[in-house]
Design a protein around this ligand. Sequence first.
Ligand code: S3P
Ligand code: PEP
Length: 429
Amino acid sequence: MNERKLHPSQNVLSGEIEVPGDKSISHRAVMIGSLAQGTTHVSHFLDGEDCMRTVKAFRSMGVSIEHKETSLIIEGKGIAALKEPKEPIYFGNSGTTARLMLGLLAGFPFFTTVYGDPSLSNRPMDRVVSPLKQMDAIIDGRGDGNYLPLSIRGKMLNGINYALPVKSAQVKSAVLLAGLLANEETKVTEQTITRNHTENMLKAFGADITTDGLDTKITNKKSLKAIDVYIPGDISSAAFFLVAAAIVPGSNVKLKNVGLNQTRTGIIDVLNTMGANMQVHNQQVSSGELLGDITIGHTALHSTTIEGEVIPRLIDEIPIIALLATQVEGTTIIRNAAELRVKETDRIAAVVDVLSTLGANLEATTDGIIIYGKTTLTGGEVSSYNDHRIAMMAAIASLVAEDDVTIDDVSSIAISYPTFFDDLQTILN
Ligand SMILES: O=C(O)C1=C[C@@H](OP(=O)(O)O)[C@@H](O)[C@H](O)C1
Ligand SMILES: C=C(OP(=O)(O)O)C(=O)O
């Protein structure tokens, strides 16, 4: 247990931060770089626990991946060079590793067993196993293949025409990655746009993939070509400081080189709707991904309703947005977000528990949260639920709380943002 007691802060937030690389893009760089021919150099890689699970998975299949701080050198020799791992592969807490790797392992010509920590072992895998089985994959495990541990007997897959029943980039990506290895075209159709980093990364490595509105088609191209990848800062990590600067009076913070892919910028839209004092500058494109700097200062904000197509564009930011909503005038309604119930923990229940313990006024609905602002946060002892995003939300809440906030265990923060407390310290003045 790594308990952390945070005292009420008298400080404003000012200065600059460059948040670590994007978690979703880091996973994809490792996966696709490992399949390509040649040397892929990855810079500004997120070496948090989740992305290191993906690195270790490919190392166990014979890929040489050198890791130094935030750089990777991946020596890809193509799919044919991958070897059957000798041991079961451990995915830890990482849903993205599990779901995307299932798509790949289903098409690799060998046998694997995969498992995860207690949280991951409770998260549904049928959403990827079911379309993969329709592609002829051989996967078995608990709950008819719905829960880790799973075993996969890889083989040549058939293409599929798949309409996604869940608004999930992980499911879309698993089917596309399986499609990369299949013997005919695969097409996925989304209900609404979800993050498109798999498509962008595959395109950058030369895959035969096209997107038209909600449809994406991929065909097996025998060889992908290694490239150099710079990973933009993770907007899901930047979100904690965007909200901190917005709610702590007197603050003004610049976040540099943050990923601004439109499939991820729902939090920017929400902050703008609430009346935030925020600007985006220095926009540029790197390895197919838009990035730029964001400056944000404190100002009085008002409530809003968050629903529909924006939800997948800010799904991981909902805990910190809920904290934001406790500090703005009016009632904020978040709906259509039932997916939160199957994340690292049930994030609807966790957010309501943590913030109400700290004195906020909010309630859970089946698919969201209603937050009645504006409330003064007191302080108290809260659980992180071993969920990195809940732990970081509670830490940011302490900046506006009147008393100490004690978080039972902050070790999960290393999943997505190992330097979170150091970075926070650099802007507390
Ligand atoms: O594809 C990805 O990298 C991710 C997709 C989202 O999950 P879902 O696809 O389950 O919505 C998100 O919550 C997760 O943190 C990362
Ligand atoms: C849900 C998350 O990740 P994953 O699904 O990869 O565990 C997250 O990072 O908030």
